[in-house]
Design a protein. Structure first.
Ligand code: NAD
Length: 348
């Protein structure tokens, strides 16, 4: 029930609208505005029920609070969800996007947004016809900022920081990295790691993608079923969430887990399972914050690619500090990262 979800949520506010002709629900979840306006992408997809759409918005908004604080960009956590009950009829897409745009505008900047799963740069331009609070769109070329290369760079510097923590040097030559998922993030990440001297193992459900990256970087393809038992220094999950769980942790043959996937741990207890096995874990919302960092900076008017990449590089020292603090307390980096977020929110 929607009222039950709202009662149980620790967020700041939710805004809900319903469009009767299309049977579409619009949700804007604003989790925390301590650092700045609640900001996050707008997702459009089919949901089994409005409750599922609202739950997704709340969960993702909370994740954005952590992500912004984790990369120290002055935004709060928010997320928009356009929850479809059935595929939209021709012409309804534009109508619903404009309605959503008016809803965003009514918040007068309390929520700002960008492209996400199920929305396109064209959709963002349609929303922007009604509101000033859309970021990450190049109006001249009608294209959206591609976060993949920035996220990949953040993961790259994060892997270096993890290797430095475990071996005393961030030199990647002689290190083996297994990339799971050769997509928007995995591909540029693989190239950067190979350039830095690492040996690459590549796995993807799409064998052609795995093979293309492996061929390019002189690496080896690993079958998706063999990922968890394959010996490597770094396992980089760059495909889907929850691949780090009680069953896979038993088999992992690496000393570091560091990749871009969201929600890598299936449940909170997995952080301590990794700690017990002596595997260093780079908290996902910190190491994969490169795209968010770039998005936040572009929203502040910074568009120079070199400057954006430089700022994303800050993820390396941030993770190094998290690893050091976790080491001092003999705890998981997840605990140290949570304290960093709480300190950042408290400082504001
Ligand atoms: P993508 O869709 O471009 O690539 C994902 C790749 O993983 C695809 O090639 C797919 O075939 C493969 N894949 C899917 N399931 C797999 C499995 N079980 N085993 C092996 N391969 C599998 O996605 P992306 O943009 O590269 O993002 C990768 C991950 O990083 C996602 O979890 C995403 O949520 C997260 N992430 C991405 C960004 C970004 O900037 N793109 C930012 C933050 C987090």
């Amino acid at each position: 029930m929607i009222d039950e979800l709202i009662r149980q949520w620790d967020g700041f506010a939710v805004v809900i609208a319903y469009d009767e002709p299309t049977k579409v629900w619009l949700f804007i979840a604003m989790h925390d505005n301590t650092l700045g306006p609640c900001t996050g992408g707008t997702r459009m997809k089919l949901y089994r029920s409005p409750e599922d759409g609202l739950y997704d918005a709340m969960r993702l908004a909370e994740g954005m609070t952590y992500k912004w604080a984790g990369v120290d960009i002055p935004f709060g956590g928010g997320k928009g969800v356009i929850a479809l009950a059935e595929p939209l009829a021709y012409g309804d897409r534009r109508r619903i996007l404009k309605r959503y745009g008016r809803l965003v505008e009514s918040l007068r900047g309390g929520f700002t947004t960008g492209q996400d799963l199920g929305t396109t740069p064209e959709d963002m331009l349609t929303i922007a016809e009604e509101t000033r609070f859309v970021h990450g769109i190049d109006y001249a070329t009608k294209s959206a900022l591609d976060p993949g290369p920035f996220t990949a760079h953040g993961v790259f510097v994060g892997i270096r920081a993890a290797v430095a923590h475990t071996s005393g040097t961030d030199d990647l030559s002689g290190k083996t990295v297994l990339i799971q998922g050769a997509g928007d993030v995995g591909l540029p990440l693989g190239r950067a790691l190979a350039e830095a001297g690492a040996t690459l193992l590549v796995s993807d459900l799409d064998d052609e993608k795995a093979r293309a990256l492996a061929d390019e970087v002189n690496g080896t393809v690993v079958s998706p079923d063999d990922v968890y038992g394959t010996k490597c220094d770094v396992y980089a999950p760059c495909a889907v969430g929850a691949t780090v769980n009680a069953a896979t942790i038993r088999n992992l043959a690496c000393s570091i887990v560091a990749g871009s996937a969201n929600n890598q741990l299936a449940e909170p207890e997995d952080a301590d399972r990794l700690l017990k096995r002596g595997i260093l874990y780079a908290p996902d919302y910190v190491i994969n914050g490169g795209g968010a960092t770039a998005f936040g900076l572009v929203a502040q008017g910074i568009t120079d690619n070199t400057e954006l990449m430089d700022r994303v590089s800050g993820i390396g020292p941030r993770l190094a500090a998290i690893f050091a603090e976790a080491g001092e307390h003999n705890e998981s980096p997840v605990d140290a990262a949570r304290r960093l977020v709480e300190r950042t929110l408290g400082r504001a």
